[in-house]
Design a protein around this ligand. Structure first.
Ligand SMILES: [Zn+2]
Length: 237
């Protein structure tokens, strides 16, 4: 009996020490087991934060966005607004970049000699005006941004704000203004054959996967400034 008591007294402190050591190691095991989860949780939190920051910065321009590395939004490249001193009025309500004025007027003149009557429908448009067009027409036509962007550029993404874009119609077939049917007019056929001589190019042809075909919309690439403006577009398309 006496021997057993001694043994008990000896064993209790030993068991306590073992118990304490076990507590430490099980805590360590728990940390090791859960550390990948903690790391994952931390990473997800950081990722969420970065994503929110990116979305917030894009939302300044456009609430619903599709963007890649060349800065396109819904297929449209960004364009700066031309400075006012480079704009010239070529007829009431039509302003264009001074670099393209002579070439554009000469093109209309040459067309007239061939019995073709070109009408200028729209030249320079400010980002504010583009904003009105994009958002008002979008709501009138009950379209979401993605649908509207197929036929009109979001503000800040229109070639018209550079002063180097011109929408052209046929004076003898005004019902085709801004319509795909413009491609069947004599004016369009003449442009296809002759516009390049005056440094004009069709911006949105039938192969563009984001933007609808716009036979009426031409851009000028006859000056260094114009080539710089459209460099990115010519490289990617
Ligand atoms: Zn246009």
């Amino acid at each position: 009996m006496e021997q057993k008591t001694d043994l008990d007294e000896f064993e209790i402190p030993f068991a306590q020490r073992t118990y304490l050591r076990n507590t430490n190691s099980s805590l360590l095991k728990k940390i090791i087991i859960f550390s990948p989860f903690l790391f994952l949780l931390f990473s997800l939190t950081v990722l969420r934060f970065v994503e929110n920051m990116e979305i917030a910065s894009l939302n300044i321009f456009f609430p619903k966005t599709e963007k890649n590395q060349d800065g396109r939004i819904l297929g449209h490249l960004p364009y700066k607004e031309i400075s006012k001193e480079k704009l010239v009025l070529i007829e009431p309500n039509i302003e264009v970049h001074i670099d393209m004025k002579d070439s554009l007027l000469k093109m209309r003149e040459e067309a007239r000699k061939d019995g073709i009557y070109l009408v200028f429908l729209s030249g320079y448009r400010s980002i504010n005006l583009q904003n009105e067009i994009f958002y008002s027409l979008k709501s009138i036509r009950n379209q979401v941004a993605f649908e509207r962007a197929r036929v009109s550029a979001p503000p800040g993404y229109s070639e018209h704000s550079t002063g180097f874009a011109i929408d052209i119609g046929d004076a003898t077939q005004r019902e085709t203004d801004f319509e795909t049917g413009f491609e069947n007019t004599n004016a369009f056929k003449w442009l296809l054959k002759n516009a390049a001589k005056f440094h004009f190019k069709l911006s949105f042809n039938k192969n563009n996967k984001y933007i609808d075909y716009e036979p009426w919309h031409w851009r000028y690439e006859g000056s260094i400034e114009a080539l710089k403006v459209f460099e990115s577009s010519n490289r990617k398309s």
